[in-house]
Design a protein around this ligand. Structure first.
Ligand SMILES: [Zn+2]
Length: 195
């Protein structure tokens, strides 16, 4: 059985629990290490539904504030180790709130080297391509979920003014749709630009 699922059932130091998430004090690591996790067994972050993840983040922030006050620590690390390559120890998504004390020698630091511009550009291009791909998929999914009403075509003579107006209103519609999408939080309005 998954150790985190087991903790969710049996941990005696639960701070919070509802139908979706649980917050408990970890029995490993440093004093006051607090785990915010999902009741459902999700292996990695990508599988966690957005609303549930939002709730986890909200609680992690609350816990960080509490721990900071109660333990008189100097700071907290709020960590998500996502995947084997990222030191994810347990195959159950969790946010770890780690209280930090001066001289605790927790090895969470790394040496920062200046980034190479060509490498950054390469990553940015790949990200942009991936964003386009995932947006296409997301839009397709949305269309399937909520079939749009088809507007009756209005017949008009295509004078230049008409065309301009049409372009303008299409643009406004697009902006409106973008706003709606970002309100729902389903498709973010990405800002990435390749220099
Ligand atoms: Zn589990």
């Amino acid at each position: 059985m998954c150790l985190i699922c087991d903790e969710i059932k049996n941990n005696e130091f639960k701070l919070y629990e509802d139908e979706e998430i649980v917050v408990f004090l970890a029995k490993w690591g440093v004093k006051g290490l607090t785990i915010v996790t999902t009741k459902q067994h999700y292996t990695i972050l990508e599988q966690v539904p957005e609303e549930v993840f939002g709730k986890c983040l909200f609680m992690a922030n609350k816990v960080a504030g509490l721990v900071f006050q109660v333990l008189n620590c100097q700071g907290t690390n709020v960590l998500i180790n996502n995947g084997d390559g990222a030191n994810q120890e347990f195959a159950h998504f969790m946010i770890q709130v780690v209280p930090r004390f001066e001289g605790d020698n927790l090895a969470l630091d790394w040496e920062r080297k200046p980034a190479d511009n060509e490498q950054l550009k390469d990553v940015a291009i790949k990200l942009q391509e991936q964003i386009k791909e995932s947006e296409k998929k997301e839009e397709l999914k949305q269309k399937q979920e909520e079939p749009r009403e088809t507007k009756p075509e209005t017949k008009s003579e295509n004078t230049k003014d008409d065309r301009d107006n049409k372009n303008k209103s299409e643009k406004t519609n697009e902006e409106q749709e973008n706003k709606e999408k970002s309100k729902k939080g389903k498709i973010p309005r990405w800002l990435i630009r390749i220099p």
